[in-house]
Design a protein around this ligand. Structure first.
Ligand code: UDP
Length: 559
């Protein structure tokens, strides 16, 4: 990424009065978080070297009057007008500070049911989602960040078909990602092919909905434009670290944080590509940064300015933090390990296991130094006290990975060459640095002289611009092509298996898109969902290339 683009993002989003560089931001954030000079200097070094970055709200608001530092929130939505509009208000307060909100709308009675107070009929959850959507449009998150929402409906809610279709037309409820919360019972019926079986009966209208109509609705929606996402209720709750506090039915906007109503979570990501030494993982450095990151994120829980008291109370009860990785594909590229290989998955699983283990250990140390999280009794941590009920997650790292100039989260690189416009519409050609370095080596070994080598390089880059891939370039060695695959070159099974490899050692969940080719069939989508369920994912997003008109993939004009 060119420094000019990074500079324009820094300027538009993160700089505060008196600041002019990324280092200034790191200084402000480190000072706000560190307990003494040593810790301030350690935190500064972690961020300024791009080994670790906290989520955007921390970079934007730490050390300022706003002081709201978390990216993830979930809220409670009840079935009365008072409760619904309370949630609209709370959502607006959260968006104002740069946070994203998740809502499960299943408490709202279905359309057509009676309303006692007005003797009328209920308009159902989908009509209220439009209100939340409009409110989000109005609040522009302090001008620095778009308002993001997750809207969830349980698969056993009578309005499920209307919900699934609520984003059929592009542009509708555009500030929401929507997800269906499915349970094992539903998935078992699907797998057994019980499509004609009645799944839900509307109590007032008597309308019957079959398993098949819900399942096909989900598949059709995903095939048409990537929505709804799917969340696995039973898996989320089997892995709920604090079952003593109840069941979880909601996640934040990108799905990586299943949370109780009113909980919030601060995220931070380690840039794995910075922890390699002589072709191997530098575990000593990774351990040090993991420990510092846990301290940093835990500190935020106490320093945070919470939008409403309920959120402060719920967050401090469990003290969840969301430490994850970014730059994962970059690390694999440097190591020369294909993303879609057993070796790649093994490396990722082992690395995540290590970060998770160290993260838990640091949280344990913090529990001894300070105190354990208040809801420890009856939780999964009773025998090994920690300060944070959940430590790890995998965030999308949409903006912070651009700042760190690394591949986002655990996603494979989308394209190794593309053009991008900065805020003043100046166009830049962007070449992935590891790709360029390795391509240079290859063309030198294949070409007879310098000018031929230049020609070959140009040809390869032009092909990537045109087709998005190097796979069709005949003269490139197979080894190179095997490693430099893109998100679209990688088959869906490998996408799912990589997510599953990480999920084994992640407390919360994972933000990841399962990319599929435009030619993918509805049967293929069905296979992805069944595999995801069997592989114990907590949720997933599937996107069929080119299926959304507004995001027509312009390989040559964006990332
Ligand atoms: N988020 C949001 N608005 C946005 C992007 C993200 O509210 O425009 C929230 C959302 O909850 C998401 C979380 O921030 O799941 C983390 O997103 P990401 O990792 O992309 O954020 P970054 O820290 O990179 O800006």
């Amino acid at each position: 990424m060119t420094s000019s683009i990074i500079d324009s993002i820094i300027k538009a989003r993160y700089l505060r009065e008196g600041e002019s560089s990324f280092e200034d931001i790191c200084r402000r954030v480190a000072k706000a978080m560190g307990k003494d000079e040593k810790e301030i200097s350690d935190f500064y070094e972690e961020m300024a070297s791009f080994r670790f970055l906290p989520n955007s709200p921390t970079l934007m608001n730490a050390g300022t009057k706003l002081g709201q530092l978390s990216a993830c929130f979930t809220l409670y939505v009840g079935d009365s007008i008072e409760e619904i509009f309370d949630a609209v208000k709370w959502g607006a307060l959260i968006h104002k500070t740069g946070g994203g909100t998740g809502y499960n709308f299943s408490n709202i009675r279905p359309e057509g049911e009676s309303v006692c107070s007005t003797e009328g009929v209920a308009s159902g959850p989908i009509s209220f989602m439009k209100v939340f959507n409009a409110a989000t449009d109005v609040i522009k998150q302090g001008g620095r960040r778009r308002g993001a929402n997750m809207g969830i409906l349980n698969v056993w809610h009578p309005d499920i078909l209307k919900f699934i279709e609520s984003k059929k037309n592009e542009g509708d409820i555009s500030n929401f990602n929507i997800s269906v919360m499915v349970n094992d019972e539903f998935m078992r019926l699907v797998e057994a092919g019980e499509f004609d079986r009645t799944w839900i009966k509307h109590s007032d209208t008597g309308e019957e909905i079959t398993v098949g109509s819900v399942w096909n609705g989900i598949i059709d929606g995903i095939w048409a434009n990537g929505e709804p996402g799917v969340l696995f209720y039973d898996e989320i709750n089997r892995k709920n670290m604090t079952p003593n506090l109840g069941l979880i039915d909601t996640t934040n906007p990108c799905g990586e944080q299943p949370l109780f109503h009113f909980e919030s979570c601060v995220l931070g990501s380690l840039n794995l590509s910075k922890f390699l030494i002589e072709g191997k993982l530098d575990k000593t450095a990774l351990e040090r940064s993991t420990r510092l990151a846990v301290r940093f994120l835990d500190e935020i829980i106490d320093k945070n300015v919470y939008p409403i008291p309920q959120i402060e109370e719920a967050t401090k009860k469990t003290r969840k933090i969301g430490l994850g990785l970014m730059g994962v594909h970059d690390a694999l590229l440097i190591l020369g390990i294909p993303y879609d290989s057993l070796e790649g998955r093994k490396f990722c699983e082992d690395t995540m296991e290590f970060v998770n283990k160290i993260g838990i250990d640091e949280s344990h140390r913090l529990s001894e130094e300070k105190s354990e999280f208040p809801a420890l009794k009856g939780s999964a941590w009773e025998d090994y006290a920690v300060r944070n009920a959940a430590v790890t997650t995998i965030a999308p790292t949409g903006t912070i990975s651009i700042l760190a100039d690394c591949s986002s989260g655990i996603e494979p690189v989308f394209s190794y060459a593309y053009t991008r416009k900065d805020t003043v519409q100046k166009t830049f050609e962007i070449l992935h640095p590891i790709f360029e370095r390795e391509l240079d080596k290859v063309v030198k070994s294949v070409a007879k002289n310098a000018s031929e080598s230049e020609e070959l390089k140009r040809e390869a880059i032009d092909t990537v611009h045109k087709t998005g891939s190097v796979q069709g370039i005949k003269w490139l060695p197979d080894d190179f092509k095997r490693i430099f695959k893109t998100a679209l070159d990688i088959d869906w099974r490998s996408h799912v298996l990589m997510q599953a490899a990480f999920q084994k050692h992640v407390h919360a969940s994972i933000s990841k898109t399962i990319n599929m080719p435009n030619s993918a069939t509805k049967k293929d989508i069905e296979s992805v969902l069944l595999l995801a369920w069997h592989e114990k994912l907590k949720g997933l997003t599937i996107y069929r290339t080119g299926s959304r008109q507004s995001v027509v993939l312009e390989l040559s004009s964006d990332s």
